[in-house]
Design a protein around this ligand. Structure first.
Ligand SMILES: Cc1cc2nc3c(=O)[nH]c(=O)nc-3n(C[C@H](O)[C@H](O)[C@H](O)COP(=O)(O)OP(=O)(O)OC[C@H]3O[C@@H](n4cnc5c(N)ncnc54)[C@H](O)[C@@H]3O)c2cc1C
Length: 462
């Protein structure tokens, strides 16, 4: 490693690397404090060719690298444990959108928010939307195939990319930055890098797909009795293809937000067991009545018990912030064991019922909280420690609780990681539960593209 670092320092300019512990420190801290990293050396490439030069030197010395974008990942993959750390943050250029191709090119280190703003300035939309958008990067979004609240209508990050540029493990550059909507010329390397969590190469730039900006957005919060009612409402709300968000929140989640996050209020006078945040988007302007009629029909049919529709942008933002603050609002309640699962949409009520029963039986007094992307069959299933148990004692039960939750997921033909990836957190569960042919093929792909295992070597661990 020493020789590798020495050579990089000779070849690359000083602004493209650092050994200063004060500069390196923030890159080693995971935002929830779950992992503390360590690295001998930070690489800060400003361009793709600098990235390639760095990787070539690392490859020659078989020196492992961890790639980091915005450091908002939730499964620990971006935090080095002794590897050289490469941050993409300097590669953050965002081009002016090409409105004929409806595309935009950006560096991997551009934040999602910078890309959204560039699109909005040109009166078009880049629809990926996550609560971490001010910090997370496009490279990270693609490496994790991020989801967020608009997957229902626009798809995951991987469905919003036309092509990628990347540096592979031998330092060669893959030039896949095209704007083609159709390209059937063999294996799709851009797609292969999507969701690979940095294990097959470093994404350095991307061509992203833009969409027309909706003219009217209608956002509403509804109260309902159960996830089964939420499923019925989803069926009613989908008609016309305008539905762009359908987010479930168990009451306990909204209670945490209103209790612990300043300025947040529950708009309903009477609490309900569940809430759903709904959004519809229209190309035309005057379809608000259409939404009101759906909600009136749902109320009449007993599917929902109450509803508020945002009257303006500020009210719409307030409703969304209730949902977006749920993660932050769980910090004060102590230790939580988190899951990010998906099941077929119709099985979501079944999953929540079975998981709540099972975890409460195993740890009486624990506080299960279901929230998230109901419309995609993706639930963030977080279990808070019982008030009368220490955080340490509760976290010691994590392996058992994970098995309880994931056994239900498997029984319902679901996935143990819908959005956040495997990282270093779920490698053992992946080995245990993935289809053996899939695992074997993943291993072969990794071996072919990164024979010395230098790219994010601890991630996925296939
Ligand atoms: C408050 C909050 C809300 C969130 N909400 C969502 C959500 O709704 N949906 C969702 O999917 N995720 C969500 N996340 C998780 C996280 O924001 C996403 O996984 C995001 O895509 C990570 O981007 P990043 O730039 O921060 O990547 P990092 O955290 O830096 O890295 C994540 C992984 O990608 C790899 N990586 C990063 N950049 C590159 C690159 N250029 N080339 C190759 N590999 C790379 C890293 O090595 C690591 O394995 C949330 C996180 C927070 C903190």
């Amino acid at each position: 490693v020493k020789e590798c670092i020495h050579q990089i320092k000779q070849v690359l300019p000083p602004k493209s690397w650092s050994e200063d512990p004060d500069i390196i420190a923030p890159y080693l801290q995971e935002w929830r404090g779950r992992w503390q990293g360590q690295t001998p050396f930070l690489l800060l490439p400003g361009t793709t060719s600098e990235t390639a030069d760095m990787v070539k030197i690392c490859a020659a010395h078989k020196t492992p690298l961890t790639t980091q974008g915005g450091n908002t990942g939730l499964v620990g993959g971006q935090i080095p444990q002794g590897e050289v750390l490469l941050s993409t943050l300097r590669m953050n250029k965002v081009s002016t959108p090409n409105l004929d191709d409806m595309s935009l090119v950006c560096g991997a280190g551009a934040t999602l928010q910078a890309v959204q703003e560039a699109a909005s300035k040109a009166k078009v939309l880049f629809p990926l939307s996550l609560a971490s958008q001010g910090s997370c990067t496009i490279g990270g979004n693609l490496a994790t195939n991020a989801g967020g609240v608009h997957v229902l209508k626009y798809g995951t990050a991987g469905e919003l990319v036309l092509g990628l540029e990347a540096v592979l493990a031998d330092g060669s550059i893959f030039h896949g930055l095209n704007t083609l909507r159709k390209d059937n010329t063999g294996y799709d390397l851009s797609r292969l890098l999507v969701g690979a969590e940095g294990t097959l190469g470093i994404i350095t730039a991307a061509t992203l797909k833009l969409s027309p900006k909706p003219q009217t957005i209608v956002r509403a919060l509804v109260a309902l009795e159960s996830p089964t009612k939420a499923l019925q409402l989803l069926g009613m709300a989908r008609g016309g293809g305008h539905l762009s968000m359908f987010e479930l929140m168990a009451r306990i989640g909204l209670d945490y937000v209103t209790r612990y996050i300043p300025g947040q209020t529950n708009p309903f006078a009477k609490p309900a067991p569940y809430y759903v945040l709904i959004e519809w988007e229209f190309e035309q302007s005057a379809l608000k009545n259409w939404c009101e009629n759906i909600l009136a029909a749902a109320l009449e049919a007993g599917v929902i018990t109450d509803a508020v529709i945002a009257k303006n942008g500020a009210e719409a933002d307030k409703l969304l912030s209730l949902r977006e603050n749920i993660s932050a609002a769980q910090k004060p309640i102590g230790a939580t064991i988190k899951h990010d699962i998906s099941v077929p949409i119709t099985r979501v009520p079944d999953f929540i019922r079975r998981a709540d029963l099972a975890v409460l039986k195993h740890v009486p007094g624990c506080r299960p909280l279901s929230f998230g992307h109901f419309g995609d069959g993706n639930i963030h299933y977080n279990i808070g420690q019982p008030e009368n148990m220490s955080g340490e004692k509760f976290m010691a039960l994590e392996p058992q609780i994970n098995d309880i939750v994931y056994d239900i997921v498997d029984a319902l033909a679901g996935s143990i990681s819908a959005e956040h990836g495997i990282g270093i957190l779920k490698t053992a569960q992946l080995q245990k539960r993935a289809d053996p042919t899939k695992l074997r093929t993943m291993r072969q792909i990794k071996k072919a593209l990164d024979p010395d295992n230098i790219m994010n070597p601890r991630v996925l661990e296939v």
